[in-house]
Design a protein around this ligand. Structure first.
Ligand SMILES: Nc1ncnc2c1ncn2[C@@H]1O[C@H](COP(=O)(O)OP(=O)(O)OP(=O)(O)O)[C@@H](O)[C@H]1O
Ligand SMILES: Nc1ncnc2c1ncn2[C@@H]1O[C@H](COP(=O)(O)OP(=O)(O)OP(=O)(O)O)[C@@H](O)[C@H]1O
Ligand SMILES: [Mg+2]
Ligand SMILES: [Mg+2]
Lengths: 260, 260
């Protein structure tokens, strides 16, 4: 089992879109995948057809009221599980500010549940993070084995890249995490016709050559529409470019795991 | 003088792009405008050609080390002033969590400085907010006379709209703010050819008819490129569609002020 955080403090770069559609592509190819929605906006929950906090929520787990296993719900698609978010999560930073263990609450909730998750055959856990450097993102980085950084092909997103890569290193040291840091950087909303997209691609290749996924996610109309139907792209437009690019990303991710 | 917050907890919807370019359009038409960058990402600072925290920062003001006036710097364009952000701002939520007055620190810093700001002829203060419902955004809502909500023409952004409108009402009650709430909602990254853009436009017109600005900001390549040159759109592509749409928005905003 591997836990991967989708993190980038820059807003609107495709964290949720990548968490949901990568999870759907992994599930489609037979890997049981659990999405945990750590964003109070609960976009990942609604993108999977589960409007806010129906049946369970990660907030109940972080506050110690429920175990992780109890909050897992099934989605409409096989092998695709979810722990939703809820609006109360927005107050989390302030609520736990005085608590010394505030940064490792998610890791503490996950570790004792490993046997339960293995019994469910969970192969991947994907953590969707909110756009900030707050306690929820820190919890995700402390709990994850590695981090996928979705990077929108725009200037502000590129400018923020060294920020998130530094934060990942800092959190790992602070919470004495054994595993490797960055799983990879995936370019999102790429538009072949734009200079900006080409420039961002060239910059990332230059500075992070061994971290950049080969799979690039193009900007497509269907990827923007899918969430309004409460479906991942693999269900909304199974033969389209969006589905193909997320399947390619899933295959690339899986192939990396078998290389020791 | 009017203080306006650019707020929306959804990430990547055009808060910074609107703060910077609306400010530039107001400045161009003779209104002295001060942009305060409340986002630790300091995108507004770099979009105005001032890389992180050179010469001043709002963090110094909120922590009480400096007065607001002392942190104001000039940009390369007449009538356009800035108080930059800095990375330390990311720790603000946790640093002030135990402090009872944490939500009104910005208002407390602004009020005594009104004579200084009037001496500078400041007509508008625009507050660029980070993408979260944390203490920095609450400070902005408590300090502002009104709020402009940039709304990207996408599903997740539309889904989050009632969230931000509710939060604005809550904060005003909590911090006993006398002024009106929402100045208006401005559609951003609008693409005439997309169903999604048309649908979002129709939905907002239906639910918030008297709040929607007539001016719509289209998605343009130049608006995406301008920040990488450290210039507002009015300097980077003065005759283009992006500049025209932000000038129209500025004119609409100014016209609303004179109607009592
Ligand atoms: N490849 C794509 N093609 C077209 N639209 C996309 C693509 N990826 C994401 N989007 C759209 O762009 C917007 C931003 O994406 P998304 O919400 O996934 O980013 P995020 O990083 O999760 O945002 P936040 O920072 O608010 O959590 C959404 O409206 C989404 O539907
Ligand atoms: N009208 C537009 N046309 C083209 N690109 C745009 C437009 N408005 C914004 N952008 C680009 O879209 C991205 C998101 O915009 P911006 O950073 O202003 O949003 P934000 O709400 O401030 O994001 P955050 O939530 O991270 O603060 C940026 O890369 C910006 O350059
Ligand atoms: Mg998201
Ligand atoms: Mg911004």
């Amino acid at each position: 089992m591997k836990t991967i955080a989708l993190a980038n403090q820059k807003g609107g770069v495709g964290k949720t879109t990548t968490a949901v559609n990568l999870a759907a592509a992994l599930a489609e190819s037979g890997h049981v995948t659990l999405v945990i929605d750590l964003d109070p906006q609960s976009n990942a929950s609604s993108a999977l057809g589960v409007p806010g906090a129906q049946g369970g929520s990660i907030y109940r787990v972080l506050s110690g009221e429920r175990t992780l296993r109890e909050q897992i719900i099934e989605t409409a698609w096989p092998n695709l599980l979810l722990i939703p978010s809820e609006p109360d999560l927005a107050a989390f930073d302030t609520e736990v500010a005085a608590y010394e263990q505030r940064n490792t609450l998610l890791r503490a909730a996950l570790e004792p549940q490993l046997p339960e998750l293995q019994a469910l055959n969970v192969a991947y856990i994907l953590l969707d993070c909110p756009p900030s450097l707050g306690t929820l993102m820190i919890n995700a980085l402390a709990a994850a084995d590695s981090v996928i950084i979705p990077l929108q092909c725009e200037y502000f997103a590129l400018e923020g890249l060294t920020r998130i890569t530094n934060v990942i290193q800092d959190i790992r040291t602070e919470t004495s995490h054994p595993a490797q840091g960055i799983e990879g950087i995936v370019l999102t909303m790429f538009d072949n016709r734009l200079n900006l997209s080409q420039q961002v691609h060239a910059e990332v290749k230059k500075h992070f050559p061994d971290k950049l996924f080969d799979s690039i996610i193009p900007r497509t109309i269907r990827l923007g529409e899918a969430p309004s139907h409460g479906k991942p792209i693999t269900a909304y437009d199974p033969a389209g470019v969006g589905s193909q690019s997320y399947r390619r990303l899933a295959n690339e991710l899986v192939a990396r795991q078998s290389v020791v």
